[in-house]
Design a protein around this ligand. Structure first.
Ligand code: ASP
Length: 323
């Protein structure tokens, strides 16, 4: 039994391991651990009290994947339901002919299955951070002056899009990958995405193959960082495909990260991944020095931190640098 997670998964990894030890599946462990991060009000990039979009609305993305069957479930741009990973899992479990539900459809599905709903998804402190984050533009004055939801439906927002950046300068998405006692691999990713994003913007977390991929035969990978890059390069799937092609885990993960160097365009940010192979070897990589991930095996009483390897990537933000 093994669980690896992004560093912010520390709040949930212990109970995730308890789920595995109690006979739970890899998916049970992933869901258990992720829910504890989604419930944490101090985690501003996952679940309840994450940083909202430009309009001050919290939109959540999540996905979960089963490595034996490759069954997957995902939700995107979903409002009002804090446990996005559980709704994503139900997309998988209820054997829908669909893998990914977005926006109002995801919310409707969540309501239909009785998922836990929450009227107020943000604390006052996060609302204030949102107003402050929008402060540098004239358009934002108009946005803020006209209390939502009185803002005209067609209010222009494009001028604000370059503000879509994580104010904490951290990749706050949570990743969990688990191997259960039957040897099945499960992987999950949950996020509120980039703060102040354009409404309806969907990142890599709910895109199977971009931010999340698991295949018992080879291994699994999950990402945090600038989702647009992982979508364009198919990063999580790349790692698993490179394993399938016979690369070592180290080579597979480094090659997928280095692939990101070839992306063109004006917006290139950071990327982080965690990955494991079918033998339970694991690795974490980041484009920022000093980042860590966490690991716990069945015989460890608590998790341990591991250093992520560094793979430097160029940074470009609208042609003028990120700051
Ligand atoms: N990958 C997430 C996204 O692009 C954000 C993050 O990890 O910081 O939505």
């Amino acid at each position: 039994m093994l669980i690896i997670a992004s560093h912010n998964g520390a709040i949930g990894i212990h109970q995730a391991m308890a789920a595995l030890k109690g006979g739970g599946s890899a998916l049970d462990a992933v869901e258990t651990g992720t829910r504890l991060v989604e419930a944490n009000p101090d985690e501003h990039s996952v679940g309840y009290n994450g940083y909202p979009n430009i309009l001050g609305e919290l939109e959540l993305d999540a996905s979960i994947m089963h490595g034996r069957t490759l069954d997957s479930g995902a939700v995107a741009a979903m409002r009002g339901f804090p446990y996005a990973i559980s709704v994503a899992r139900q997309v998988l479990e209820r054997k829908l002919p669909h893998v990914l539900l977005a926006g109002e459809g995801a919310e409707r599905f969540a309501r239909e299955i009785g998922a836990e709903e929450r009227d107020e998804m943000l604390t006052d402190a996060v609302r204030q951070a949102w107003s402050k984050g929008l402060a540098p533009t004239r358009l934002s004055e108009r946005l803020l002056a006209q209390a939502l939801p009185d803002l005209p439906e067609d209010a222009p927002l494009l001028g604000l899009v370059k503000l879509a950046t994580d104010p904490e300068r951290v990749a706050g998405t949570v990743n969990f990958i688990a191997i259960d006692s039957s040897g099945d691999i499960g992987s999950g990713v949950s996020t509120s995405g980039w703060a102040w994003k354009y409404p309806g913007r969907i990142g890599d977390s709910p895109i199977i193959g971009a931010g999340n991929y698991a295949d018992n035969r080879y291994g699994a990978c999950a990402c945090t960082g600038m989702g647009e890059m992982a979508i364009r390069a198919g990063t999580a799937r790349s790692v698993v495909l490179y394993l399938q092609m016979g690369m070592t885990l180290e080579a597979a993960a480094h090659t997928a990260m280095r692939d990101l160097r070839d992306l063109g365009g004006d917006y290139i940010g950071g990327m982080n991944l965690i990955a494991l192979d079918r033998h339970g070897e694991h690795i974490g990589l980041s484009s920022e020095a000093g980042r860590k991930y966490i690991v716990q095996t069945g015989d460890m009483a608590q998790h341990a931190e591991r250093q992520r390897g560094l793979v430097e990537l160029p940074r470009r933000w609208g042609g003028a640098g990120r700051d």
